[in-house]
Design a protein around this ligand. Sequence first.
Ligand SMILES: Cc1cc2nc3c(=O)[nH]c(=O)nc-3n(C[C@H](O)[C@H](O)[C@H](O)COP(=O)(O)OP(=O)(O)OC[C@H]3O[C@@H](n4cnc5c(N)ncnc54)[C@H](O)[C@@H]3O)c2cc1C
Length: 473
Amino acid sequence: MGYGAVTEKIILELAEIAGASHVWTTEEKREACSRDETTTLRPEERFMPDVVVAPSSAREVSEILQTANKYKIPVTPRGGGTGLSGGALALRGGIVISDERLNRIIEIDEENMAVVTEPGVITSEINAAAAEKGLAYTGYPMSVLSCHIGGNVAENAGGGNAVKYGVTMRYVLGLEVVLPTGEILTLGGKLMKDVSGYSLKELFVGSEGTLGYVTKIILRLQPLMRNRAALLALFADTAGAIAAVPRMMARGGLIPSSIEYIDAYCYVKACEFLNEELPTEGVGAVLLVEVDGSDQDALDNDIERAGELLKAGGASEIYVADTRFTRERIWAVRRNIDEALRVTDPVQTDEDIVVPISKIPDIARGLKEMERRFGVRAANFGHAGDGNLHPTFLKPTDMMMERWQSVETEIEWELFRMTAELGGVISGEHGIGSKRKKYFAELCPRENLELMKKIKKALDPNNIMNPGKIFDL
Ligand SMILES: Cc1cc2nc3c(=O)[nH]c(=O)nc-3n(C[C@H](O)[C@H](O)[C@H](O)COP(=O)(O)OP(=O)(O)OC[C@H]3O[C@@H](n4cnc5c(N)ncnc54)[C@H](O)[C@@H]3O)c2cc1C
């Protein structure tokens, strides 16, 4: 479809709606919105919108979308810009709607254990505000300090706590969404149950900004678990580490709040990056297990039980971190893997597959085979408790860039085919965006893809809302 150009007249209309000081055409502002954290973007790559606008209400968003729809201008919603699938990139220029002025926590409702918030709030701020009332928002991702809650809803973000607490979707009680044609929908509310008609709210969670712009979110809160402890268990290999997961949960009856898997390469790189002196000799794989609870005695039992189960599962050493300081030290290893790999292996592509937990060792074996075949490094880490892994392919320093670029797509295909054969899918939490759409087009069942396209066309007849993401029309 041909899109209209962003003319002076349109910019004046946007200024009428949001106020001239909240509409930018400067190089600096457009540049700031031209990238996200997707690792496959080349350093010089930019997707410049023609204009950035920051509305302050659903009504303003509605008027902006009506204008965009009238002139057929593509619109890209933007949150914290931490996405890893190119979701916030303005592939076709046009208007970026920034959430920077939709940044208020409207209410923490203790009685209904809910928070009402605008989308531009940094996710960790929701947790800080909830904690003051003895409550917590547990659906947050690892990027909690920089991502926005609207971006989390759009991506249905998951994170380190998903094994016990689930992902964003579980916590979204209500949404206010503006459709690409300008209608403002109110979906759900402070309700723990709702089977009144189709689950429209769920349709928007994880829709990657392609169906509407989220302007208000009601999230469920939980009681704050004040006590927690982390165990770092060292294993000789991946198969041993992963076998310990069902031993702990299904047979041991213990559901930790996190079970993170780290392969030897990522573990060593993160330790070096942090100057951390944990033992690395003979370590083939690591599990980071966290348990939490409101009662210290019960938690002490869980720590002991987790330690026994990990030991019985073959862990050679286990470090228990039960103070805030030691816990942070252990978690820092997991949290800094991305950063550590970006420093030593800057040319890379990171993935987000999800497979049944028991298939994780098959993926690890497949990655070893791919290392041999393609001559690249395949680092691997992720959420062992829910089978969501982040294999990260790294270009060796002595590999020519042309060679890397020619094998990159082949590597991705190989990984995604192996994932599908093992009963998995290509994204567990980062989304399809623009990065994975060519693979999704092939691997998503045809009928499912066609239905998604019909939904998109029904809600966005002019295909203005984040076009080129998830699939092409
Ligand atoms: C170091 C690091 C660690 C990460 N860890 C995790 C993790 O553990 N789990 C995980 O799931 N992800 C993780 N991510 C990826 C990323 O943080 C998440 O996808 C996050 O949800 C993106 O939020 P954002 O505000 O940055 O969104 P953006 O990147 O700005 O946008 C993401 C998508 O949301 C859409 N969008 C944004 N706001 C709105 C809105 N108001 N209405 C409609 N659509 C909107 C955009 O158009 C885009 O498609 C990580 C990223 C980094 C860099």
